[in-house]
Design a protein around this ligand. Structure first.
Ligand code: GEK
Length: 246
């Protein structure tokens, strides 16, 4: 059971920077579904795409896994012999719960692809040769000056034929497009039961820790990291997901 996200419902004297602590982990599934338009579709199709590109006897990484939604989806879809998923997150609260969720999934379904959860920083974790890497709304929390290095390391670890799925909240270079999509995103959040106060306080909490790029900047950076081709396979308002081929 997950709790309803009320973290920003009451007026806060001072809004601190957002952290992935136990309070967030407790409400995370509710928070992310009510905040990211298209999230359930992206997560389900990460499983479908991973099943298409996973190679037998290879590793798959879910970097910034939170509670393991993408890992669980891949385990629902993957049939490749000998694959193993490594889910990584640096937040202890997320890692703890993610392990619980994955063992619950193990107890309900037989013969799932094995998955282990590692507490570690994406900037430091050593990546072994792999066929699929997931960065589902994680790169936006990495300091911009480190993003190219992260993508280059992923590119170097991917086997020929391997794929990276990169989902992000996008910024738009044209100010009126930015304005329209941002306003509709707030309407999406209001339609999901968030008040104007919750929306405003969450926005202040996140604005220093989640720094956004345009789709163009993502595609150019992927090219600079050595990916042969990258394109957007899904977009809903100002959120989307890119596939990048090794
Ligand atoms: C999902 N992928 O539900 N190293 C490791 N983890 C990190 C780092 C880092 N340097 N920085 C941030 N994180 C998930 C959702 S949430 C997105 C991903 C969101 C982790 C952080 O602890 C958090 O769990 C995750 O990245 C981002 O499919 O909350 O909008």
């Amino acid at each position: 059971m997950t709790d309803v996200d009320k973290l920003f419902a009451a007026p806060l004297p001072q809004v601190s920077d957002f952290v992935f602590d136990h309070n967030v982990a407790r409400v995370f599934p509710d928070m992310i579904k009510r905040s990211i338009p298209g999230y359930p579709t992206i997560v389900e199709n990460i499983g479908v795409i991973a099943a298409q590109y996973a190679q037998p006897d290879t590793l798959i990484y879910d970097l910034g896994c939170s509670l393991g939604a993408a890992t669980q989806s891949m385990r629902r879809h993957l049939r490749s012999e000998g694959c193993r998923i490594i889910a990584v997150d640096n937040a202890e609260a997320m890692v703890q719960r993610c392990r619980e969720y994955l063992s619950a999934q193990d107890s309900m379904t037989e013969e799932l692809v094995p998955a282990s959860v590692v507490q570690g920083d994406i900037l430091e974790v050593e990546l072994q040769p792999c066929s699929v890497v997931i960065l589902n709304f994680t790169l936006q929390f990495i300091a911009p000056q480190h993003r190219l290095a992260v993508l280059s390391r992923i590119r170097d670890a991917l086997l020929p034929g391997g794929v990276l799925i990169l989902s992000e909240k996008f910024r738009f270079a044209e100010s009126n497009v930015q304005h329209h999509l941002e306003q509709v995103h707030y309407a999406f959040k209001r339609a999901n039961g968030y008040s104007d106060l919750e929306i405003a306080q969450k926005r202040s909490a996140i604005e220093n820790v989640m720094l956004l790029d345009t789709q163009q900047a993502h595609l150019e950076r992927l090219q600079a990291a050595g990916f042969s081709q990258a394109y957007t396979w899904f977009q809903c308002l100002n959120f989307g997901s890119i596939m990048a081929h090794a």
